[in-house]
Design a protein around this ligand. Structure first.
Ligand code: ZN
Length: 149
């Protein structure tokens, strides 16, 4: 468990310091604003869609290390995926951080995102970790704004 915590710390710090796809997409096909009032995290997710797939995805915003690292890894995870595949990941990610799914024993498509499983021990951080997923889910479904409350 402490090994997992070390990995978790390392990955969060890395993605917080060097967030991937941290930019705007001009003329994005879809975009949405996400807000987590509990912590003050705020981000905007941009999507380019081609042939029903996420051709490009990026985010901008400010927030705590967990929200930023999670958004960074979310963009890597959904790139190239269909809306349906991204929706499945959103559902699985939410179940994982809420402690409703054991990613070690239950089949899932989360891959590297499993390092966020530890967040379930910290209820106040669950919304930080899932904000970018709520936001990309909203954008894919044509909504422009989402709040975790
Ligand atoms: Zn936060």
């Amino acid at each position: 468990m402490s090994e997992l915590n070390d990995l978790y710390q390392e990955v969060i710090l890395d993605h917080n310091k060097n967030p991937r796809n941290f930019r705007e997409i001009e003329n994005a096909d879809k975009q949405a604003d996400g807000h987590n009032p509990l912590c003050g995290d705020q981000l905007k997710v941009y999507l380019s869609i081609e042939d029903d797939k996420v051709k490009d995805v990026a985010f901008k915003g400010s927030g705590c290390a967990i929200s930023k690292a999670s958004a960074s890894m979310m963009t890597q995870a959904v790139k190239g995926k269909t809306k349906e595949e991204a929706d499945v990941m959103f559902t699985e990610f939410r179940q994982m951080v809420m402690g409703e799914m054991d990613t070690d024993t239950e089949e899932n498509s989360l891959g590297k995102l499993k390092i966020f499983a530890g967040v379930r021990e910290f209820p106040a951080r669950v919304k930080c970790a899932s904000l970018s997923w709520h936001t990309v889910h909203a954008a894919l479904n044509g909504e422009v704004e989402v709040s975790t409350e």
